[in-house]
Design a protein around this ligand. Structure first.
Ligand code: THU
Length: 140
């Protein structure tokens, strides 16, 4: 991944927070997933009145890619933050992926898969999947 690709991925994740449907938590998350073939799949969190059917931004992006026949991934950028009084997302801090999303990543992504977090203000944290989900459960 070039530095340009990384910066674009981060910008796309930030932009995707605008698509988030979060009328219950008021917390908006965007994700941009880079496939090994260079394609970028986007995602946002999509909540539901019954809460349980809600989907995180990361899984939205991964499921979009897998449903399009793409299963080889290099990196994901994630941005998230609570909304302001106008209902707009404000990114002030890093938004690490939840445990469920880490497990879904481990189904399709290798240990070296990169997880890139932004604080919306130029700050970047980067982890491998192995760092965020050590000793993961896998059957294949
Ligand atoms: N959320 C994500 O989209 N990704 C994460 O990794 C953490 C949480 C969403 C789920 C829910 O819609 C909202 O953020 C608050 O938990």
């Amino acid at each position: 991944m070039t530095n340009n690709q990384k910066n674009e991925l981060i910008e796309t994740a930030i932009k995707m927070t605008a698509a988030s449907y979060a009328p219950y938590s008021h917390f908006h998350v965007g994700a941009a997933l880079l496939a090994k073939d260079g394609t970028v799949f986007t995602g946002c969190n999509i909540e539901n009145a019954a809460y349980g059917p809600s989907n995180c931004a990361e899984r939205t992006a991964i499921f979009k890619a897998v449903s399009e026949g793409v299963r080889s991934f290099e990196a994901i950028a994630i941005a998230g933050g609570a909304e302001n009084e106008k209902g707009e997302p404000v990114i002030k801090d890093f938004c690490p992926p939840c445990g469920v999303c880490r497990q879904v990543m481990s189904e399709f992504c290798g240990k070296d898969f990169k997880i890139i977090l932004t604080d919306g203000n130029g700050g970047i944290k980067e982890f491998t999947l192995a760092e965020l989900l050590p000793e993961s459960f896998n059957l294949i």
